[in-house]
Design a protein around this ligand. Sequence first.
Ligand SMILES: NC(=O)c1ccc[n+]([C@@H]2O[C@H](COP(=O)([O-])OP(=O)(O)OC[C@H]3O[C@@H](n4cnc5c(N)ncnc54)[C@H](O)[C@@H]3O)[C@@H](O)[C@H]2O)c1
Length: 254
Amino acid sequence: MNINGKTAIVTGGASGLGEATAIRFHEAGANVVIADLNEELGTALAQKLGSRARFVKTDVTSEDDVKALCAAAAERFGAVHILANVAGIGTIAKTLGKEGPLSLNAFRKTIEINLIGTFNVLSNVAWMMSKNEPENDERGVIINVASVAGYEGQIGQIAYASSKAGVIGMTITAARDLSSNGIRVCTIVPGTFMTPMVSILPEPALQSLAKQVPFPQRLGDPVEFASLAQHIVENGYLNGECIRIDGAIRMGMR
Ligand SMILES: NC(=O)c1ccc[n+]([C@@H]2O[C@H](COP(=O)([O-])OP(=O)(O)OC[C@H]3O[C@@H](n4cnc5c(N)ncnc54)[C@H](O)[C@@H]3O)[C@@H](O)[C@H]2O)c1
């Protein structure tokens, strides 16, 4: 799909990987709807990008918010052709803590945002996309975001790894479900990227993370993530695939 002139929704678009993706799609000529809980950062980015960008405060776990997001995007830009489903949270807690098992509420919150939130946006935006006029048989492209933790969760990543494994598992099924609608679905599986979610770690921890990457021995740049997102949109034969972007890292136990 040619990005120029299309409309993209980017959840989590106010920060980190989502922000880089929103900027990249905008540079490639798309209208961009930034959907995020963070009103301050989201509004500032939309203002910086200008008339082809809009911020819509959205909690991806809320059906009402996501339906309102779709309505706002349709009202402002007419249709939505691209979805980057980037919103997510990172959580760290072991299965057993000092006081007992990890609370179900804590486990549920991570699943609610990372997995159910991803499906909530995917299904509602796919419904909108299914009404689009096809271009080269395509009506839409959806990009989800998992994590290498979905394959190799480290100690303390029980909820996070479960949520991201769910997103990985969703990918081929969603691609099959939406094939008759002309909508492609891929998932980006990042290693460790330098975003606000990660940069809060102390310097020695960041250096240790970088050393675990075989080559290049550094954290990923959000621009590299955004460049892959752009490629997925533009390459019409990519579908149903989970693509690692991780400098060949395979996470150890801790
Ligand atoms: N940074 C990494 O190394 C890394 C690695 C693997 C996967 N990921 C995944 O990439 C995605 C983006 O991470 P990031 O590093 O850019 O983090 P980030 O914290 O910089 O950005 C995440 C954004 O999601 C938003 N968000 C959180 N909960 C939300 C909700 N309920 N509704 C709407 N928006 C919500 C936040 O407000 C924030 O703007 C996440 O899904 C994360 O799990 C990141």
